[in-house]
Design a protein around this ligand. Structure first.
Ligand code: DWN
Length: 433
């Protein structure tokens, strides 16, 4: 296969997963699209491991405009735990780095301003880069300066020269690149831009779902065209080194996005490195993230999970139960399409994001309804596609459970949750129906 690693350019890549042809995960279908016969285009979805720098990536690069300008409807503010995390993050950075109104904070892929609002509230000057028009508009409504562009080296140079209203010559004390690295198609250009914009004593943070959890918990559905890369600390370290940056600290967060890491990155050789970095590198090595064997086994785990889920869903259908889903999420598109589910199997998918309500999941064409309708509709079983928020969703939907409702969490293994399991009576907890 002729494919060059997106980080080091090596051709020593090993394909380990082929999910077939998949529609763009975030591209919800509207009634208008349906009437005009416009359905999201489908593209091959294959994952590869680089034997040289350990980066995992997908081979297909879908046009960024198609992904992030025409069809992007992810607004972080609809997820309460994400906003809480952003507030804690701001508190920690302000205290830890001693940021005050003389500091300058830059966020790359600042979405709807869910993060920068907490710096603005503290009087700290900040600017966001966000190419997706809807989220960028929402950020500006929060009075957050937002540059509507994809970030990279050329843009960083132009900004330092005063373009786009960016303060001329101003290097950043903090660059926030949380949940963005996976989406970056030219990793080296992006990191070169970070390196240029970062003050010599500045700090950057990269938060991203951790590859170890993707493997351990068979989170195959987080693989979709928006996410071109999947990161271990080894891969982040290797990419940073190319741009005179280094990982000086690392911290694990188990709750968000199925388990993620925050890499603290600073200018190479100028700062002390926390022992946590060496520890996590050892853990990744033990977990098999640096050689291809573990990845080659992953395909079998995905196939096995698919069979278990299909068996579970077939049993629900045999009992004549009505099935719905929760979370019109990007990973829900991978999961429903990989399992071959349609609106015939899953009647509705509920979500709090009002921008998604009334549309349909790509491929499966399951209609999106507002989360407030769930208790009233009272489907028998609800498949949680946003399984990373399962605890939060189950807590919010207590009335549905009290009415006899039941959730099915698909990842890492199918698990049913009803009122008894929530109340701690494990005799009713089940991995099989
Ligand atoms: O990287 C990405 C991550 C961080 O977020 C993306 N490329 C897109 C997105 O992933 P996703 O689409 O799989 O979505 P999430 O973050 O798992 O879920 C967000 C969606 O879930 C929103 O539409 C809001 C919805 N939600 C809800 O309806 N009720 C979320 C919560 C917590 C809830 O209680």
């Amino acid at each position: 296969m002729s494919y060059a690693c997106r980080s080091c350019g090596s051709s020593h890549v090993v394909e380990f997963l082929d999910l077939g042809s998949m529609p763009i995960a975030s591209c919800l279908v509207t009634d208008e699209d349906g009437r005009a016969g416009i359905l999201p285009r489908a593209y091959p979805l294959k994952a590869v491991f680089c034997s040289d720098c350990t980066l995992v990536s997908i081979t297909e690069t879908v046009d960024a405009k198609e992904l992030f300008i025409d069809n992007y409807n992810y607004y972080a503010s609809f997820s309460p735990s994400v906003v809480r995390h952003a507030e804690h993050y701001a508190e920690e950075m302000v205290a830890g780095l001693g940021l005050d109104p003389r500091a300058f904070v830059v966020e790359l892929a600042s979405n709807d301003g869910y993060q920068l609002q907490f710096f603005r509230q503290r009087g700290i000057p900040c600017v966001g880069f966000e190419p997706s028009p809807g989220p960028a508009r929402a950020a500006r409504e929060k009075s957050i300066d937002t540059i509507p562009e994809f970030f990279g080296l050329e843009l960083a140079r132009a900004c330092l020269a005063g373009a786009h209203g960016y303060p001329r010559g101003r290097h950043a004390d903090l660059i926030i690149a949380n949940n963005v690295l996976a989406h970056v198609r030219d990793l080296n250009d992006f990191l070169a831009g970070v390196s240029l914009l970062l003050d010599d004593d500045g700090t950057a943070t990269f938060e991203n779902p951790w590859l170890k959890l993707l493997l351990d918990e068979t989170q195959f559905d987080t693989i979709y065209h928006e996410h071109v890369c999947y990161f271990s600390t080894h891969a982040v370290q290797a990419a940073c080194a190319r741009h005179h940056l280094e990982v000086t600290d690392v911290r694990y967060f188990d709750k968000l996005h199925g388990g993620m890491l925050r890499w603290t990155v600073r200018r190479q050789g100028r700062h002390s490195v926390s022992p946590a970095v060496a520890e996590i590198l050892r853990e990744e090595q033990r977990a098999g993230l640096t050689t291809d064997r573990r990845f080659l086994e992953f395909g079998d785990s995905v196939a096995q999970l698919k069979n278990e889920l299909l068996a579970q869903l077939a049993s629900i259908q045999r009992q004549g139960k009505r099935l719905a889903a929760y979370g019109a999420v990007a990973k829900g598109a991978t999961l429903t399409n990989y399992l071959g589910l349609t609106a015939h199997d899953v009647r509705k998918v509920y979500d709090r994001n009002t921008n998604k309500v009334g549309a349909y999941l790509p491929g499966s064409l399951i209609p999106v309804a507002h989360a407030d309708d769930l208790a009233g509709d009272a489907p028998d079983v609800v498949l949680i596609l946003a399984w990373n928020f399962a605890d939060e969703i189950v807590a919010q939907q207590r009335p549905y459970l009290e009415n006899g409702g039941c959730f099915l969490v698909p990842i890492p293994r199918p698990k049913l949750i009803n009122l008894s399991t929530v109340n701690g009576d494990s005799s009713h907890s089940s991995e099989e129906s």
